[in-house]
Design a binder for this molecule. Structure first.
Ligand SMILES: Nc1ncnc2c1ncn2[C@@H]1O[C@H](COP(=O)(O)OP(=O)(O)OP(=O)(O)O)[C@@H](O)[C@H]1O
Length: 614
């Protein structure tokens, strides 16, 4: 049933036609809003919702407002029960006017849908004209808008009452609204109810902030690293806790904000958000800090570009210093270190900081190439060098790296007979591709690496001594993760940021991670984090599950880290042999080998990786 008050209809029509109003006969707030709508060109004959978030954006907005949702929804649900017999719907709106929640009478929800008054819609004055939600967002006061007081026709069959919600800091965070069709003369005093509920939600914010503070304090690390000053601050960055090593130097920490630390020459090293287990919003941060003057001492290392985590450990700081020295010259570097410690990242950083940085950086894993192919991979071959060779010939890694850096990983795996050829290239600084006659001059820097003991290989006759002395000129040792555990938080933060994974590790979990020895080093750490992220997303499992994950890691199928040590099944071994045969037949041409085996190239590459052939 359409309810129209002819007098009000005339006032509205005159205003939209001529912009004329008799302010005495109108609510001041409504008159003001109409004028604003007219000025900003809102269409009075429309007023349906237009800006509607898609599912993904709505989820993101809900996530940003999860504390508000958590506080308000129980009250909204309660209202629904109380007003069950009416045609009302109940809404929660964020501070920008987006509807986050809309529930209530089914028939009214349908009617709302017809004007796009739905979850995700932007219901501001600019979008849909004068209305209780949009006007309350602007004036930040409670208001009821009835029928023809709405500026645009789409809402003129509605009565809506809205009130703003303020959090414990007094900040405006959103709107609560009750709306119903104008013919449902159910409650005269609905605005008073909406205001009371908004007030009750605000009280809930105050209580929750105390509970958040207690939860935050429970996150104080129980283990103490005397060299690592830690502070906890709330989400407004007010310091609420420091560890012992800081209490001497920060006597007035209780009155400080994070910003005050900058003024006292402290620098932030890592900053982890801490999330509430109740409402899942950020309740504070765990921060490790460092004195600025210590930083100055490291100044020379700071200008060295390192595309990864440097952390705070002295041991890795020394590695960076060595890299910096090596990068300035063309010295032949040999990098040692256990698997997964980041030898390739270190090699790349030397290249990127060297005068050759604009040239290519070519990496080859000597251990992953079938023995018979290593010659053509390194030195290339000339046109028609052998049956099946590409007509155009093939540029080897040495030639590809010309003008830049060649990184020979797992150099200890290079077959003995190939070592002579390699030595010759290093001495003569030129290559002759297989089957070719013309030498190609080389201008490259060589960096080698191995996780094996090269001295031992020389001693047992598996590695040529003359080649050893050629490559073992400037050794750099990359330490295992267990010797730089203080860098673990930085690695975790790096991983979380890279994967956009907002998670807080409780101190129990951190303790477990700190105690683990990480035999697979950074690769293992990232694999563990990957597994937790994929399996548990943002609901971190119990510390005991993470503990058993680490204990049984080696037994897990499908882990990258164990790929080398894992015994292949019969089927996998057959597949690996087949791939190796085909690579041999196609002289290492991956595209041709994949085509012959009728496997898509991307799958073929995945299999090469799986079997350690890439
Ligand atoms: N400092 C670092 N910052 C960020 N990521 C790192 C760092 N060091 C290693 N990683 C990551 O750890 C993994 C292993 O690193 P990398 O391949 O360089 O190790 P490696 O010592 O060469 O291993 P392998 O001996 O098995 O070849 C890679 O995913 C790499 O990106």
């Amino acid at each position: 049933m359409k309810v129209v008050d002819p007098l009000k209809q005339e006032i509205w029509e005159r205003f939209v036609r001529e912009g004329a109003l008799d302010p005495v006969r109108m609510n001041k707030r409504i008159a003001e809003s109409w004028c604003l709508c007219r000025q900003s060109g809102v269409n009075p004959y429309d007023g349906k919702g237009k800006v509607i978030l898609n599912q993904d954006s709505l989820m993101k907005r809900k996530k940003r407002n999860q504390k508000l949702l958590h506080m308000a929804i129980p009250f909204l649900e309660n209202l629904q029960k109380v007003f069950e017999k009416t045609k009302s719907i109940f809404l929660l709106v964020d501070r920008d006017g987006y509807v986050l929640y809309a529930k209530g009478n089914q028939q009214t929800l349908k009617m709302a849908e017809s004007i796009k008054f739905v979850e995700g819609v932007k219901w501001t004055e600019d979008e849909v004209g004068t209305n209780a939600i949009g006007t309350a967002v602007r004036i930040r006061e409670p208001i009821t808008v009835v029928g023809l007081e709405h500026y645009s026709v789409a809402s003129q069959q509605w009565v809506c009452s809205a009130a703003p919600i303020y959090n414990e800091q007094g900040e405006f965070v959103g709107i609560i609204d009750v709306s119903y069709p104008i013919d449902d003369h159910c409650h005269e005093h609905i605005l008073a109810t909406v205001i009371s509920v908004a007030y009750a939600i605000e009280q809930r914010f105050h209580i929750q902030s105390k509970e958040d503070e207690l939860e935050l304090l429970k996150q104080a690390p129980s283990f103490e690293n005397p060299d690592l000053p830690i502070v906890l601050c709330n989400e407004k960055e007010k310091i609420v806790w420091t560890n012992h090593c800081l209490r001497l130097s920060l006597s007035n920490w209780q009155d400080m904000y994070l910003e005050d630390l900058y003024h006292q020459d402290w620098l932030i090293q890592t900053k982890f958000p801490i999330y509430s287990t109740i409402h899942h919003g950020v309740i504070g941060y765990r921060i490790s800090i460092k004195k600025k003057k210590e930083k100055k001492r490291q100044h020379s290392s700071m200008i060295f570009q390192f595309d990864g985590v440097k952390g705070t450990s002295k041991i890795f700081e020394n590695v960076i210093k060595c890299c910096e020295r090596a990068a300035k010259t063309d010295v032949t570097v040999h990098i040692t270190g256990e698997t997964g410690t980041g030898k390739e990242i270190v090699a790349r950083s030397i290249h990127l900081n060297s005068p050759r940085k604009n040239g290519p950086f070519i990496a080859i894993n000597c251990g992953a190439i079938p023995k018979d192919l290593i010659g053509s991979e390194l030195f290339g071959y000339a046109e028609g060098a052998f049956t099946g060779a590409k007509r155009t010939g093939h540029k080897g890694k040495f030639e590809q790296a010309n003008g830049g850096t060649l990184f020979l990983d797992e150099i200890g795996e290079i077959p003995y007979e190939m070592q002579v050829a390699l030595l010759r290239v290093l001495q003569e600084k030129q290559i002759v591709p297989i089957g070719g006659t013309k030498p190609i001059p080389l201008d490259i820097r060589i960096i080698t690496a191995t996780h094996r003991n090269l001295h031992e290989l020389v001693r047992t006759g598996k590695f040529r001594e003359d080649l050893f002395y050629r490559i073992y000129v400037y050794p750099i040792h990359v330490p295992p993760l267990r010797q730089r555990k203080e860098d673990l938080p930085s690695f975790i933060q790096y991983y979380c940021e890279k994967n956009d994974w907002p998670i807080t590790f409780t101190h129990e979990v951190m303790e477990i991670l700190m105690k683990h020895d990480w035999p697979g080093n950074i690769r293992e750490l990232f694999n563990v984090l990957e597994r937790i992220r994929v399996q548990y997303e943002e609901n971190l499992p119990d510390a005991s599950i993470i503990h058993s994950m680490l204990t049984h890691w080696n037994k897990w199928e499908g882990s990258e880290f164990i790929k080398d040590s894992r015994k292949l099944s019969f089927r996998e071994q057959m597949e690996k042999n087949c791939i190796m045969d085909m690579l041999e037949q196609t002289a290492g041409n991956v595209t041709a080998a994949a085509a012959k085996l009728n496997i898509p190239r991307s799958t073929f590459y995945r299999k090469l990786k799986k079997y350690g052939l890439s």
